[in-house]
Design a protein around this ligand. Structure first.
Ligand code: NAD
Ligand code: MG
Length: 395
């Protein structure tokens, strides 16, 4: 029986995680669930999975949560704030932490889980993009295992051989990691109309149902850029070891290419419960509720390479990956600000890449290593991105 904390329980990954857990009451017990603004959903989840703790990101909805808990007969203790998030991530009773808070907000609780030596199921890619070295070093020190939940990284993990050594592709005869992506909803849209892309269009992914931020990131392919950086940290690879391949059907979730010409891929329907179940039960396999791919109806698979003119954010992310930690931290921060501004209809779709590029351009090169330096870079890049956005609005 594993005891699990689900960070970001109310989100898309959080809901899928609780769905898989509910299928296996003999294997998993929920210790804590956390959420930000969807208090009602959080209390309903607590009524269904009986956690010991419910954590709200801040105390602004505490009274409401207490009253809803009473109505639903929920006995869990309700806590609020960043310290409480870290406590339920590192508590001695916890074996496994699902890190599924979106964005930089997930970094500190994820780091707390890693430092406490937990099995960390990492969905929150932004945490790794902003502080990969810190998380990997902390895992090496504490003995924590970081299992990738992002479907591509989970696929790569499944295609690696048992003798894989972190950072040493040659040891296992691996020549390349092929990171697949659908290309998003605008893969075939005329570039001359990109200025007119609406929030509603960008928030509709052809294959996956996900939270708003990652859906917009998928439309700009910043998501693939963040995943490129994520792959480097998770597997210890260089940027030159990774190739991005567009595969519109999202059935192959990524591949590992070997020196003898073999390519091993992982396939499945685009449903995050498969990688979540894999992470929860690793090294065993359990039912995830996902139907297998039906090859009689699936149709053709196709593949192309990404065009950077269409996806400038992907190029920015690959360049930042080569530049180093300060650049990836800044890019992630700028992108969070730019996507929020786009969702609030303050900037255009094409401005997202512009804000990201200008933010990086306007900041001096620097080396970062400590958590404090990373948080400082995150904060100053957010300020810079806001400044760039104000400049755009003034035009
Ligand atoms: P979502 O927006 O649906 O959910 C985000 C969760 O984070 C919610 O529970 C929300 O309450 C919580 N949250 C938001 N801001 C917070 C804050 N300031 N403090 C504390 N909690 C906060 O997002 P999602 O689609 O579930 O994605 C979660 C993470 O998983 C992201 O990093 C995303 O990139 C990654 N991921 C998602 C998918 C997917 O299919 N949805 C796939 C791969 C990776
Ligand atoms: Mg992914």
């Amino acid at each position: 029986m594993q005891t699990v904390t689900v960070l970001g329980a109310t989100g898309s990954i959080g809901c899928s995680t609780l769905d898989v857990i509910a299928r296996h009451p003999d294997l998993f017990r929920v210790f804590a669930i956390t959420g930000n603004s969807q208090v009602e959903r959080l209390i309903e989840q607590a009524a269904a999975c009986s956690p010991r703790y419910i954590v709200l990101a801040d105390d602004s909805r505490y009274e409401e949560a207490v009253s809803l808990a009473k109505q639903h007969g929920v006995n869990a203790q309700i806590l609020c704030g960043g310290d409480a998030l870290e406590e339920v991530s590192s508590a001695p009773e916890v074996d496994t932490v699902m890190a599924a808070i979106v964005g930089a907000a997930g970094l500190l609780p994820t780091l707390a889980a890693v430092k406490a030596g937990k099995r960390v199921l990492l969905a929150n890619k932004e945490a790794l993009v902003m502080s990969g070295a810190l998380l990997i070093d902390a895992a090496n020190q504490s003995g924590a295992s970081i299992l990738p939940i992002d479907s591509e990284h989970n696929a790569i993990f499944q295609c690696l051989p048992d003798d894989f050594q972190y950072g040493n592709l040659a040891h296992s005869g691996i020549s390349k990691i092929l990171l697949t992506g659908s290309g998003g909803p605008f893969r075939d849209r005329s570039l001359s109309t990109f200025n007119e892309i609406t929030v509603e269009q960008a928030c509709t992914h052809p294959n996956w149902s996900m939270g708003q931020k990652i859906t917009v990131d998928s439309a700009t392919m910043m998501n693939k850029g963040l995943e490129f950086i994520e792959a480097c940290w998770l597997f210890g690879t260089k940027a030159s070891d990774i190739e991005v391949v567009i595969h519109p059907q999202s059935v192959i979730h990524s591949m590992v290419q070997y020196v003898d010409g073999s390519i091993i891929s992982q396939m499945g329907n685009p449903d995050m419960r498969t990688p979540i179940a894999y992470g929860l039960a690793y090294p065993h396999r359990i039912d995830s509720g996902v139907a297998p791919v039906d090859f009689n109806t699936i149709g053709d698979f196709s593949f192309t390479s990404p065009c950077f003119e269409r996806y400038p954010n992907l190029k920015l992310a690959i360049d930042a990956c080569i530049d180093g930690q300060a650049a990836t931290t800044r890019l992630n921060a700028a992108n969070e600000v730019a996507v929020a501004a786009f969702l609030a209809k303050k900037i255009r779709f094409t401005d997202i890449a512009r804000v990201n590029a200008e933010t990086l351009d306007k900041m001096e090169p620097i080396t970062v290593s400590s958590l404090q330096q990373i948080l400082e870079q995150d904060s100053s890049a957010r300020d810079m991105a806001m400044q760039v956005i104000r400049g755009l609005s003034a035009c």
